[in-house]
Design a protein around this ligand. Structure first.
Ligand SMILES: Nc1ncnc2c1ncn2[C@@H]1O[C@H](COP(=O)(O)OP(=O)(O)OP(=O)(O)O)[C@@H](O)[C@H]1O
Ligand SMILES: [Mg+2]
Length: 458
């Protein structure tokens, strides 16, 4: 129990003597204690102090322990309630358990026992809260709510993923880089029955061939030069849970054969070992390559391909679902706003320009662009001008027969530049006077000159 923040306890009993003794003993344990011998005051005290634990007598007038219990639980289900009851009222005590009391203790009792009950009730409360938090974090992070997109393609995928999550089926996720393959893999895991077991992830393309096998299957001591001890493979680490094999398309055919065996037999053999070990692991694989092509050109085993594509999920590139772009912009801006404690809003043109872009790096690229634009923006309104040239130019090229804002601006820039130079010439380079004639203050003129690259030499 973490005592750094004192647990708050309320004790209610109409027997003043018992109440006094109990309060003193409990307070001596280091808790923050309030007490009352007027049961009808308990509710307002509960309102006021948000107790972690209420210890109350059962039989009291004019309000009994049951109604205090119900009141406390209604206000905050995490509040624990411990009932004190005389021997004759045990049946009601059981009723109290059904109504959510943590436990009951029969009078007369040893004070040491009460201390123990209190400690357990508070530990119970801490565990519940911690579990709730963990579940919440996991769910929030990989909840389908955080998979953004309203295109029919994406909604379709989410539906399929929700269906397959609850099963143990092998899933193959395909899609270009940055389309969300890992995000979906984690969502499947978080929404599966295995979510309390490990999720282990490995990028098969990032590990050299020989090590990949020992990483995944483990090895026994002496099986190769560097193997100076037994090593558990990731399949064993993930036992009972889920393994995510990223970049499966980059594996060698001999590795593919071993993986096929694991999928078929649900057994692994450590490198250098002679016996097999049973594992219960759900496999989710991902690739941004076209496995069908690879099967055709014989660089990917056909039998493994069929094993993996029991339940294929293809995530289309962002350029094929441009309807999702504005939602994603909003989502990432909200995320960045929350991080920076400031609310950023996109100008309409910002969204328009991004909706026309072709997104080779898909959602990852969009996320980076948004973060970058926010950092560069000089106000909380994010403008198209805050975008990198590569994106602005892309748009210029793709809509060359209309006058884009870019072109318009360069026309205006040229006009302004010429105008400033003309006035500077008239004033023989007197910047103060030039500023006055132009109706701006000198500082603004300097900034303009710098921005427009006006180099005026007398
Ligand atoms: N639909 C979506 N909604 C919200 N965020 C998304 C969505 N799709 C992807 N993302 C985010 O985009 C980033 C890239 O996604 P992820 O890493 O899952 O892509 P990937 O397909 O695995 O890419 P790679 O092939 O490069 O490994 C992550 O930050 C992810 O959270
Ligand atoms: Mg990935």
């Amino acid at each position: 129990m973490n005592n750094s923040k004192k647990a708050k306890i309320l004790i209610v009993d109409d027997e003043v003597n018992l109440l006094d003794v109990l309060s003193t003993v409990v307070a001596n344990e280091g808790y923050s204690v309030k007490s009352t011998n007027f049961p009808d005051k308990a509710e307002s005290m509960i309102d006021k102090y948000d107790f972690d634990l209420v210890v109350t007598d059962l039989k009291m007038e004019p309000i009994d322990g049951m109604s205090i219990l119900r009141y406390a639980k209604r206000k905050d289900p995490n509040t624990q309630v411990l009932m004190m009851t005389a021997f004759g009222t045990i049946e009601t005590a059981i009723e109290a358990l059904k109504a959510g009391a943590f436990d009951y203790i029969v009078k007369p009792f040893k004070l040491d026992n009460v201390k123990l009950f209190i400690r357990r009730a508070l530990e119970h409360r801490a565990t519940i809260i911690e579990n709730d938090n963990l579940k919440e974090i996991l769910k929030q992070k990989y909840d389908f709510k955080n998979i953004i997109g309203d295109s029919s393609a994406l909604r379709n995928i989410i539906q399929r993923v929700q269906k397959v999550a609850a099963t143990d089926a092998t899933v193959l996720i395909t899609g270009e880089s940055g389309t969300g393959k890992e995000l979906f893999a984690k969502a499947i895991y978080a929404n599966s029955n295995r979510h309390n077991m490990p999720f282990v992830s490995i990028n098969c393309g990032a590990v050299v061939e020989t090590l990949l096998e020992s990483e995944l299957f483990g090895h026994v001591k002496g099986s190769f030069t560097d193997a100076s001890f037994n090593k558990k493979g990731l399949f064993q680490v993930a036992d009972g849970g889920t393994i995510f094999l990223d970049e499966i398309g980059l594996t060698s055919k001999s590795f593919q054969m071993k993986l096929l065996r694991v999928l078929q037999e649900r057994e692994i053999r450590r490198v250098g070992d002679t016996k097999d070990i049973k594992v219960d692991v759900r496999v989710i694989a991902a690739t941004n390559e076209n496995l069908e092509e690879k099967v055709k050109d014989l660089s990917f085993r056909e039998d493994l391909y069929y094993r993996l594509t029991v339940f294929p999920i293809h995530i289309p590139p962002l350029r094929d679902r441009t309807g999702d772009v504005s939602l994603l912009i909003k989502y990432f801006l909200e995320k960045t706003s929350a991080k920076l404690g400031k609310i950023f809003r996109p100008e309409k043109e910002f969204v328009d320009v991004l909706s026309k872009y072709n997104w080779p790096g898909n959602i990852r690229e969009l996320e980076n662009i948004i973060e970058r634009s926010v950092l560069l923006a000089d106000s909380t309104t994010i403008k198209a001008d805050d975008l990198p040239d590569s994106i602005l130019n892309f748009n210029d090229n793709s809509s060359s027969n209309t006058t884009t804002k870019r072109e318009l601006r360069s026309i205006i820039d040229d006009a302004q530049r010429n105008h400033i130079i003309r006035v500077l010439e008239e004033t023989s380079g007197n910047k103060k006077l030039t500023a006055k004639i132009l109706g701006v203050d000198p500082a603004t003129l300097y900034r303009k000159m710098e921005k427009l690259d006006v180099a005026f030499k007398k």
